[in-house]
Design a protein around this ligand. Sequence first.
Ligand code: BEZ
Ligand code: FE
Length: 274
Amino acid sequence: MTKKITTQDHLAEVQASFDEQQNPRLVEILRSAVKHLYAFVEETKLTREEWMMGVEFLTATGQKCDDVRQEFILLSDTLGVSMLVEMLNQMPSDVATDPTVFGPFYVPGAPEMAMGSSIAREGNDGEPLVFSGTVRDATGKALEHARLDVWQVAPNGLYDVQDPDSAPYNYRGVFETGPDGYFEILTSRPVDYLIPTDGPVGQMLAATGRLAWRPAHTHFMVTRPGFKTLITHAFDADSPHLSSDAVFGVRESLIIDMNGGTAVFDLVLDVTDE
Ligand code: BEZ
Ligand code: FE
């Protein structure tokens, strides 16, 4: 009698088809991905129709992507995978600032700005806000030449790249700390906003009873030679969506008071491992 091939035999055969002599890291990742995908299919007893729905969903996700819209990042964000990758890759020391998601709306090449200037490039029609703080190392020493790339939504709840009427680089700017590590940035108080819901990710959220709100925040990416890049946000303590962020990015240490036109956001960087 011929031996029946089990699902375990099938997995082993597929895993063995990848040659680790060619590219060991890629093969490690693919073998693991295949193992977990098979476990998922078996655990959920996925039907052929459900598998096809998944294929169609991923196809639509790819078709929604263009130069400024990245639906796959949005999918990763809303499934919490982006935050998991940041948690594992940016693991901060006890004193360093907590990281959070990068998000799909970062645009490289924002203008370098003088300390204290405004990232609102046209009609600052929101509630004026001055962000200030000091960038330090883990011992408390102020860090000169830390570069802060800052971005946020406009008061209408849209990033510049989502709004055909927006000036380029509206609510984006790059600042560099002086010898005292201090920074000061003029902006408008960030507002709560909806992540894009006009694509397959929005359909997934609606079909599962989830909200698409992100609590009001300003993004910071802080770089400094010799230190780990910090990707984080400052969240507004008054937002009603802090406990239901669509992308699971809120950390208590990042919630700050933005009332009265000022917000203090001190930042601590970890040195690089090398
Ligand atoms: C953002 O904060 O820009 C963002 C993050 C994840 C998904 C959508 C937007
Ligand atoms: Fe954002």
